[in-house]
Design a protein around this ligand. Structure first.
Ligand SMILES: [Zn+2]
Length: 245
């Protein structure tokens, strides 16, 4: 039944994915959205998966590979970490990813990036990493990162495809269209490097506090919406001198 619905969605709102090749004369940067325990590690809090999840495992593996390539090439990487002050709720979600807790730390497979000189870590207390990058003096950590590194192609991976990844991509493309992000040209969402969570309709039906969120469907919708705003959706990303991911 669920599979049939996904197939209908794929035929009614289809989108093309592409092979994205990054040549050596294009400056690329990578944004990792919320690949932290509180959203990815089984049992790690209110919004963590309850059991191992194939889409989330693949997202971590692919993001890790991409981060490794960027670090080997000394290209800039920016990691957003969802991180909320204790006692401050983020509507409509239950308490999650409290600042300083294990939930708001990078997953073990990515913790090594914190030692890398080309990596910037930005803790944010809202879904949208663009808004979450605004500092008290009005400057924006993400905008400054794009400009100072002269990023032309921005690769985006993380969780959730249809929430924090999508919101960030939409804000970034709007800002780019307004001329805030020169020299940025392309925003590329790597589909296998993204994942979302799973609340089947059958579960939501019996709990008035739950909004249904079927994983494969919402992942597809998130990518579709990003593409509609002008992002490229990549089925694979390859770099000059390296085989495809
Ligand atoms: Zn949050």
């Amino acid at each position: 039944m669920v599979l049939q619905t996904v197939e209908i969605l794929r035929s009614e709102i289809p989108f093309d994915e592409e092979s994205v090749f990054i040549s050596d004369d294009v400056k690329a940067g990578l944004v990792l959205v919320d690949i932290i325990n509180g959203f990815c590690t089984v049992g790690s809090g209110n919004l963590a998966p309850r059991e191992p999840n194939r889409q989330i495992s693949q997202m971590i593996e692919e993001s890790q590979k991409l981060a490794k390539v960027l670090c080997d090439k000394k290209l800039p990487v920016l990691a957003f970490l969802d991180s909320h002050p204790p006692g401050k709720l983020e509507h409509p979600y239950p308490t999650h990813c409290v600042a300083g807790s294990d939930e708001s730390k990078l997953v073990p497979a990515l913790s090594w990036i914190e030692e890398e000189p080309n990596v910037t870590i930005r803790r944010k207390d809202c879904y949208d990493g663009y808004l979450g990058s605004i500092q008290e003096d009005g400057s924006n950590v993400f905008v400054d990162w794009v400009k100072s590194n002269k990023i032309q192609t921005l690769l985006v991976v993380g969780i959730c495809t249809d929430i924090c990844v999508l919101d960030f991509v939409c804000s970034t493309i709007s800002a780019k269209n307004r001329g805030f992000l020169e020299p940025l040209e392309d925003v590329v969402v790597y589909s296998k490097g993204c994942a979302t969570f799973d609340i089947p309709a059958s579960l939501a039906r019996n709990n008035k506090d739950l909004l249904a969120h079927p994983q494969e469907m919402m992942h597809h919708v998130g990518l579709y919406m990003a593409k509609g705003r002008g992002a490229k959706i990549a089925s694979e990303v390859s770099f000059h001198g390296l085989k495809n991911l």
